[in-house]
Design a protein around this ligand. Structure first.
Ligand code: ZN
Ligand code: ZN
Length: 435
């Protein structure tokens, strides 16, 4: 059974946990924006070298790839992402971030690990340490990928930088994300697990002038307000109730002073969808509304609409997902492993690896929230109805996974999933290439 191998692979882990916790707190205190993960990459590369991995730095930006070849056997890709977000941390933790950085628009912004990617790096470094120390327990090759810029879709930059040709080609790709579910729980689903995401930048053109004589102007702020409100009807009026889509205007900037009507207004819009048909429909509706509201306002010039980034739906291979859920359940306990009832509206670029390699991939979520926040709430109700309000979710300035046992859960889940390919004799998927 793989469970026995994983137990042996975890030997020595309790002694390594304080060190890992220190890595986590250090990474958390020093988050970096997408494609600026130089310090983080340095920490990762140094640790991997200490552990005995063959290390390559600077793939597609700041990516660090660790390779360990350990005899004949499957090639397993394990992936963690490294970037933080422009969010001002309000957790009050002793290791809270006070960092700032200059973003792509030249603005100085606060930076926080508000999505928990510091936890992903820590857990993968924990797993690589156990794999290196427990080489006698497994056969095959592990490719540990510490990816930059997940928040803006950094995976394609690695593919463009020759990732597929430069490293052993994986038979399966495995990745995980910390979530606001109670710590100790793991969940995923076969098929579409995370939504597609499309981000757009929109510039609306008006004609500026004095705030006292609006009749001589075309006010882009009123135009933008109408666009924002009308966009709320896309999901409610144009997407079927049984379908899933989200339209969010996350940024709206116009003007400098109360008595000046500006020339332009800038919006940033994010769209989530779970099928190509819904995606096409929502994107078309957003463009139609932006152009029509500009025309309705008498805009002197058509709006500019540009794509910022686009993530495909993350699809879990059916058979490999069963293998992973069984393997994690054998180690953590089947009662801690859940099949998610629906596709999550969050998005990921993890699927890019499996798609580019043409092999199965599996992505799962592991809880990091203090179970006390879920007192009297059954996890089945959370899966059905969503999180209680008191639990800060990813991207919140209050998002704060409990370091331990979240680290232990994440390391164990990675090792259990990888062991299903690396340690299995007859009980694992016999040839992962078939699935
Ligand atoms: Zn995120
Ligand atoms: Zn994330």
């Amino acid at each position: 059974m793989t469970a026995a191998s994983v137990t042996r692979l975890l030997s020595g882990f309790p002694q390594r946990l304080p060190g890992l916790r220190a890595v986590y707190e250090d990474l958390h205190a020093h988050p970096e924006l997408s494609f600026q993960e130089f310090r983080t990459a340095g920490v990762v590369a140094a640790r991997l070298r200490e552990q005995g991995w063959e290390v390559t730095e600077g793939v597609g930006g700041t990516c660090v790839v660790g390779v360990m070849a350990n005899g004949e056997g499957p090639v397993v890709l394990l992936r963690a992402d490294m970037d933080g977000l422009p969010v001002e941390e309000r957790t009050g933790l002793p290791y809270a971030s006070r960092e700032t950085a200059v973003d792509g628009d030249g603005q100085e912004v606060p930076v926080m690990h508000a999505c928990g990617h510091d936890m992903h790096v820590t857990c993968l470094l924990g797993a690589t340490a156990q794999l290196a120390a427990g080489r006698a327990e497994w056969r095959g090759t592990v490719v540990a990928v510490f990816q930059p810029a997940e928040e803006v879709g950094g995976a394609p930059a690695m593919i463009e930088d020759g990732f597929l040709e430069r490293f052993p080609r994986a038979d399966v790709c495995l990745g995980q994300h910390v979530s606001p579910a109670p710590v100790g729980l793991v969940g995923t689903r076969p098929g579409p697990v995370m939504a597609a995401s499309d981000s757009l930048r929109v510039r609306l053109f008006g004609r500026g002038g004095h705030g006292s004589t609006p009749e001589t102007t075309v006010d882009p702020i009123v135009m933008a307000a109408a666009v924002v409100m009308r966009l709320q009807t896309v999901v409610s009026r144009e997407v079927a109730a049984a379908q899933t889509a989200v339209v969010t205007v996350g940024s709206l900037h116009a003007g400098t002073k109360e008595n000046i009507i500006p020339d332009t207004a800038d919006l940033r819009i994010n769209i989530r969808s779970t099928t190509p048909a819904v995606r096409d429909r929502v994107l078309a509706a957003v463009e139609r509304i932006v152009r029509a509201e500009a025309a309705a306002s008498g805009a002197p010039k058509d709006p500019e609409i540009d794509g910022i980034n686009s993530f495909p739906v993350t699809v879990n291979d059916e058979r490999a997902t069963g293998t992973v859920l069984t393997a994690i359940g054998e180690v953590l306990g089947a009662e801690r492993v859940f099949t998610l009832p629906q596709t999550l509206t969050g998005s990921e670029d993890f699927g890019v690896f499996g798609t580019a390699l043409g092999v199965p991939s599996v992505f799962w979520h592991f809880g990091g929230a203090d179970p006390a926040l879920f007192r009297h709430i059954a996890i089945e109700d959370v899966l059905k109805d969503g999180l209680p309000d008191a639990v800060p979710a990813n991207h919140s300035p209050l998002f704060a996974p409990v370091p331990d046992p979240t680290i232990r859960t994440g390391v164990t889940a990675l090792l259990a999933a990888a062991a299903a390919w690396l340690c299995g004799e007859d009980d694992r998927a016999s040839d992962p290439r078939e699935s």
